[in-house]
Design a protein. Structure first.
Length: 318
């Protein structure tokens, strides 16, 4: 049992009887078919008990289902199939949001790629038109496994992915994403001296950041082509870590933040006679990533390698 005509769900006990005229020990292979025996899915191989519990929630739903038991004494085999077809209810699909991750922060105007997946035991991977994206603030966004979200409003969005299978069963997945506006943040970078420098000379960089009072931003300066030496005046929240300046800044009322530091031109030994050292810094939403950076202007210093020239000394006899 079950042996035909039943509708089964949840966990079902599949049981059978078998014997061998020689009294040999027997082993069994239990299979399931969702297409009236055209194909079979193995549930267990080599068991010696005459029953097994089957979780139907992992089986394809079907109104043409069958169980089959194959028996072997090590040499000879035989099998038996359910006397009639069974019904296993179809299952709801599964929805997965692959990106962005939950609780991420983005900048207003930044392109946001939504990536999801829908899977159903009966249908397999669901097609694009079976996946629908919505936002709690912006409404319906579109369909598909990949979707470039249109420009989103400022605030906290609950993104929902709804997937539907061919039986009109649905499932959903949700994430929360915050969109912040730091477009009014202004960041500029300057360098002194501005004349041509030698490899190894020190430069003083000054970065000025201004925004609406109370705005918090992350800060990043990769120090390209230079090596950090020291701050002119330390700025709370900014540190030198992993060959970059990083940290968090809070803009206070009526004041811009000014950050100055000294760096040494660090040009690889393979560089030529002259090289342009180009630098810039960025700010990004607090809690966000460097993908959301608003970059400063670029500042460029022309640097040259100094060489010592040795001339041969020749003495001439008079």
């Amino acid at each position: 049992m079950p042996n035909g005509g039943e509708t089964i769900s949840d966990t079902v006990n599949v049981a059978w009887t078998a014997s061998d005229i020689d009294g040999d020990s027997l082993s069994y292979v239990v299979s399931y078919s969702a297409d009236e025996g055209q194909s079979w899915y193995y549930l267990s191989i080599g068991i010696t008990e005459t029953q097994m519990l089957v979780d139907t929630t992992i089986l394809q739903g079907s109104d043409q289902a069958l169980f089959r038991v194959m028996v072997s004494d090590g040499i000879n085999t035989a099998h038996d199939v359910s006397d009639g077809i069974l019904t296993v209810p179809t299952h709801a699909p599964e929805a997965y949001i692959l990106s962005p991750e939950d609780e991420m922060i983005f900048t207003a105007g930044q392109t946001l790629l939504l990536r999801g997946r829908g899977y159903d035991l009966e249908d397999g991977i669901l097609a694009d038109d079976s996946l629908t994206w919505t936002s709690s603030l912006s409404g319906t966004l579109g369909n598909g496994r990949l979707l470039d979200a249109p420009e989103l409003g400022i605030g906290t969005h609950v993104f929902k992915l709804t997937v539907m299978d061919s039986d009109a069963n649905t499932a959903t997945a949700t994430i929360t994403v915050t969109v912040v506006d730091i477009t009014n943040v202004d960041i500029t970078k300057s360098v002194k001296p501005q004349s041509q420098m030698r490899y190894g000379d020190e430069l003083t960089y000054t970065i000025v950041i201004s925004a609406a009072p109370g705005v918090q931003v992350g800060f990043y300066d990769p120090l390209l082509g230079t090596t950090f030496q020291h701050f002119v005046e330390p700025v709370e929240g900014i540190t030198y870590t992993n060959n970059a300046l990083t940290g968090t800044l809070t803009i206070i009322p009526s004041e811009a933040i000014s950050l100055s530091f000294v760096a040494r031109i660090g040009v690889p030994g393979t560089a030529g006679w002259t090289v342009d050292v180009t630098n810039r810094a960025c700010v990004y939403p607090l809690g966000g990533s460097l993908d959301s950076c608003i970059w400063s202007n670029e500042v460029t210093t022309s640097a040259f390698r100094s060489y010592k020239l040795y001339l041969p000394l020749m003495l001439r006899n008079q």
